[in-house]
Design a protein around this ligand. Structure first.
Ligand code: ATP
Ligand code: MG
Length: 358
């Protein structure tokens, strides 16, 4: 993240499938906001995923990492596709994504679930339950049972035995709690920390450290919830939540659950952030949609909303983020819809419609 300035340098990673189409629409929207609000952004493309494999046989080239490190922020569209599905693991597009997250130390995944009133009927729940929902799920991304040692499959008492280890260091909990409290300050000023402290020791440590970290944020309200209850409350009364912060595995499950409150894949942005002095990576949660690639049918709004998150959380330009979100709202108010939302407007035109309303 950087402090507000007059001129920014942003790396774009268009990637594969619909990636180039949705990225091109998004860059135009960013330029429109910058022109309107009197600042500059220089965009420079770099290779990742299948596109990088085709060009240099490496899903995450050193060149790309170098350029990202010198950027104020990074926009990523989508990677992968059937062309590379049979490749060995180190030559797969997804491997590039994992290397990217690791090399940049991106330990926090931010996934908003915002239900726009115009699309409340796209949700799997009743419109009156979801309309007005505005949740940010903050998921820890580099620890927990996914990375804990020891792990494996062995034999015990004459039968097969599998095990993983849920573990967190104090410093890992502290830094993710800080991310959540900082975000809450820019939103509704409430954080709900989700754990299983009634059963798991690692969760008791999680809860203790979150409470200690909260001492520096007296203006933010903190509550705690067990993960089973949180899963239920997300469906029963999702409007009660502002920011939810949780570990890697609980966050994996809860963030997918929260995304179904919104319903349409083409509308969901995300961010991965780490070291506060380095760039974050902002991307839609959907994939490269190879079935509609190159046909101008993709919905670019998830990527455009990811750019709004970039302005708010990485570039210190909340008013630019707001302008983009307002323009997306107006587009939907005016009934402009891509195919996935039941309309006929193409990707390029959707981008132009957003630009017009900036
Ligand atoms: P990944 O495994 O890369 O996360 P996936 O294979 O699970 O992704 P997607 O690539 O997201 O799935 O596509 C799932 C379905 O949703 C496809 O039919 C695709 O066309 C559609 N889809 C995904 N994103 C969009 C979009 N932005 N606009 C329109 N349709 C989309
Ligand atoms: Mg896929």
């Amino acid at each position: 993240a950087v402090k507000k300035k007059d001129s920014y340098f942003v790396t774009t990673l268009p990637g594969d499938g619909i990636g180039p189409e949705i990225m091109s629409a998004t860059v135009k929207v960013c330029q429109a906001v910058a022109a309107k609000q009197g600042f500059k952004i220089e965009f420079k493309e770099a290779l990742i995923g299948g596109a990088a494999l085709d060009a240099c046989n490496d899903p995450f080239p050193d060149e790309t990492l170098k350029q990202m490190k010198s950027s104020d922020s990074v926009l990523l569209a989508a990677i992968g596709g059937p062309k590379w599905d049979a490749n060995p693991r180190d030559k797969r597009p997804e491997t590039g994504l994992l290397k990217m997250r690791k090399s940049l130390g991106l330990f926090a995944n931010l996934r908003p679930a915002t239900v726009l009133p115009q699309l409340a009927d796209a949700s799997t729940l009743k419109p009156e339950v979801v309309s007005g929902v505005d949740i940010m799920v903050v998921r820890e991304l580099t620890g927990d049972v996914y990375f804990g040692e020891p792990k494996g499959i062995t034999t015990k008492d004459g039968e097969r035995f599998g095990y993983n280890n849920m573990c967190y260091k104090e410093s890992e909990v502290k830094r993710i709690a800080k991310v959540a409290f900082d975000i809450a300050r820019k939103r509704g000023k409430r954080v709900c920390s989700v754990d299983k402290a009634n059963v798991l020791d690692v969760s008791q440590l999680w809860r203790d450290v979150v409470i200690e970290t909260h001492k520096d944020y007296p203006d933010v309200e903190l509550s705690h919830m067990y993960v089973d209850n949180a899963a239920m409350q997300l469906i029963r009364n999702p409007k009660q939540f502002d920011v939810m912060v949780t570990g890697n595995i609980f966050g994996d499950i809860l963030s997918d659950e929260a995304s179904m409150l919104v319903g349409s894949l083409g509308m969901l942005p995300s961010a991965s952030v780490g070291d506060p002095s380095g760039p974050g990576v902002f991307e839609p949660i959907h994939g490269s949609a190879p079935d509609i690639a190159g046909t101008d049918k993709a919905n670019p709004l998830a990527t455009i909303l990811s750019a709004a998150m970039m302005f708010r959380y990485d570039l210190d330009r909340p008013e630019a983020a707001q302008a983009i979100e307002d323009a997306v709202n107006k587009v939907l108010d005016d009934g402009v819809r891509t195919g996935d939302l039941g309309g006929k407007v193409g990707c390029k035109q959707m981008g132009e419609e957003v630009c017009k309303r900036i």
